[in-house]
Design a binder for this molecule. Structure first.
Ligand code: NAP
Length: 335
């Protein structure tokens, strides 16, 4: 019998998630049934949607999320013992995979990462990278010479979007939350300009950085920053709305009409929300994005960074640390 540990959310988060909203539960893994296999986790992801989507589940629920692990026992010929697998088993060290399409995400053998570190399968070569790739290229439809703005620019999705925009010949401006992140974006990732939204006069800084206005905006954060960026969008600008992390700690069931609507109207903006699963169902195009991103990383055109915390016991700290902006690149936990 394998002893396993998992995080259970026992009450809905109010504001910033609290440590005692979770309970670390020990239990014995059940016997496998036909079609099932069990996994020992190696890397576990912490992501903003864990804050945003919990309220949709009945309490208590097992904390969901992507992880990479090794198959230790199997009754499924497509998932043999010893193979590595990307799954959505969440915050646990051992688990039995019973449902291959749980929560609109999916379970797949670790793809060919062309020799790159396996943890990238949770970041640039996993869900966040796929989001950046298709979200930016298919919704913003960037053209060389255009000005692109990315918010949440030093995070898992944003850092990849900005680098793809550079590959496509765009001028790239990133908004982020610290001077260290500004340095990283400008000096190492090649952003034309990075702006600390916490300390800068955002309107003025953007006007200086984008004197001809903004053609494409990849929005990871929403809120006041997004309003300031919309003000400087050009006619027929395109916005990929990927996330609204600035409001995830607020009540998710109250919606307000936004003063952004007149700006969208007058500037005739095209604003499109995206959820990365649209490139999985009905047709799975994730491999296409993963292969392209791996090539760019190998060629040195994209730098993929992981922000790694050690230990299952530190998952909560890694999670709230990511929400507070401690990570540069993809936040994850090695177990
Ligand atoms: N639609 C989809 O399918 C999809 C898929 C993946 C991710 N997303 C969304 O994309 C966004 C980024 O996700 P990620 O995984 O790449 O996370 P991430 O950017 O790696 O980490 C979250 C970052 O958000 C920033 N942040 C936190 N509070 C903020 C606030 N009030 N205002 C502005 N920035 C704030 C912090 O950086 P700073 O230091 O810069 O503040 C923090 O590092 C999230 O909104 C997420 O929900 C959507």
């Amino acid at each position: 019998m394998v002893k396993a540990r998992k995080y259970v959310v026992k009450r809905y988060f109010q504001g910033v998630p609290k440590k005692d909203d979770f309970e670390l539960v020990e239990y014995e893994l059940p016997q496998l049934k036909t079609g099932q296999f069990s996994v020992k986790a190696e890397f576990i992801s912490v992501d903003p949607y864990m804050r945003a989507y919990g309220y949709r589940r009945p309490i208590p629920y097992d904390q969901f999320g992507f992880q990479i692990g090794t198959i230790i026992e199997s009754k499924n010929p497509d998932f043999p013992v010893g193979c590595r697998v990307v799954n959505h088993q969440g915050w646990c060290d051992y688990s039995v995979v019973t449902d291959l399409t749980e929560n609109h995400s999916h379970v797949y053998l670790l793809p060919d990462l062309q020799g790159l570190p396996i943890e990238l399968a949770l970041g640039a070569l996993g869900m966040p990278g796929v989001t950046a790739y298709f979200g930016f290229l298919e919704i913003c439809k960037p053209k060389a010479g255009e000005t692109v703005v990315v918010s949440g620019a030093a995070g898992a999705v944003g850092s990849i979007v900005g680098q793809i925009a550079k590959i496509k010949g765009c001028r790239v401006i990133g908004f982020t939350g610290s001077d260290d992140k500004v340095q990283w974006l400008e000096k190492e990732l090649g952003f034309d300009k990075a702006i600390n939204y916490k300390t800068a006069d955002v309107n003025k800084a953007l006007k200086d950085a984008a004197p001809k206005g903004v053609d494409c905006y990849f929005d990871n954060v929403g809120g006041e920053l997004t309003a300031a960026i919309y003000k400087q969008m050009n006619l027929y600008g395109r916005v990929a709305l990927c996330g609204c992390i600035s409001s995830y700690n607020e009540d998710p069931t109250t919606y307000k009409t936004s003063s952004l609507l007149p700006l969208i109207l007058y500037k005739q903006l095209k604003v499109e929300g995206l959820i990365v699963s649209r490139w999985y169902e009905p047709e799975n195009r994730w491999p296409e994005a993963i292969a392209a991103l791996a090539q760019w990383i190998k060629q040195g055109n994209i730098k993929a960074r992981s922000h790694v915390t050690e230990g299952l016991d530190n998952l909560y700290d890694a999670f709230v640390g990511m929400l507070a902006g401690e990570n540069m690149g993809k936040a994850l936990v090695k177990v």
